[in-house]
Ligand binder design. Structure first.
Ligand code: ADP
Length: 171
């Protein structure tokens, strides 16, 4: 059984992520979408929220599982009996960092391969941070994230903004 892991922050999942997940699910027996816990950036969405959103948008894919990890990706993969890392590439700017990571992971664990999937051109401009930025500024999230989670994402972004600004509504 060929098992691949698609790691990332998914803060929150976007249509660009979902496109990679769907395409990878067509190639591998099983794809584990795994949310990174040890990120230096403070995420907006909690781990439970990220898992919930990912589960909701992938429920049509039988061979996709949502999980999370901390520590070294290669150790996590050994536990999961997976030997392929899936990464999405949007632009040349993604390349240098991903190239270094792929070589380092291969040095740590030579049996593990990194496979890069090119973004679909219609999602090449999409990232979780730009989705949060657009949402904060009151822009429309249609076509940026799956329809069924737009309201949840907007609600969260509004609550975060309220807290940061001292929540003028309850003052
Ligand atoms: P971001 O916060 O930049 O969206 P993540 O850490 O959540 O990034 O991304 C996880 C993986 O998904 C990375 O391999 C990243 O390159 C890839 N990815 C993110 N957005 C897209 C997109 N629009 N098209 C293709 N791959 C993407």
């Amino acid at each position: 059984m060929k098992i691949a892991v698609y790691p990332g922050s998914f803060d929150p999942v976007t249509n660009g992520h979902l496109d990679i997940i769907e395409r990878a699910a067509g190639v591998f027996d099983k794809v584990i979408v795994s949310i990174l816990q040890n990120t230096s950036k403070k995420p907006m969405f909690s781990m439970e929220e990220k898992v919930y959103l990912l589960q909701r948008v992938t429920k049509h894919l039988d061979n996709v599982e949502i999980d999370y990890f901390s520590g070294l990706l290669v150790n996590y993969m050994k536990n999961k009996k997976a030997n392929v890392i899936i990464k999405g590439l949007r632009a040349v700017s993604d390349f240098e960092y991903e190239f270094q990571m792929a070589l380092m992971n291969n040095k740590l664990e030579p049996n593990i391969e990194t496979l890069f999937m090119m973004t679909s051109s219609k999602y090449s401009y999409l990232s979780s941070s730009i989705v949060k930025e657009v949402g904060k500024l009151g822009g429309c999230l249609k076509e940026l994230v799956p329809d069924e989670i737009i309201n949840e994402i907007l609600r969260k972004i509004k609550n975060e903004g309220g807290e940061q600004n001292g929540n003028p509504i309850t003052n």
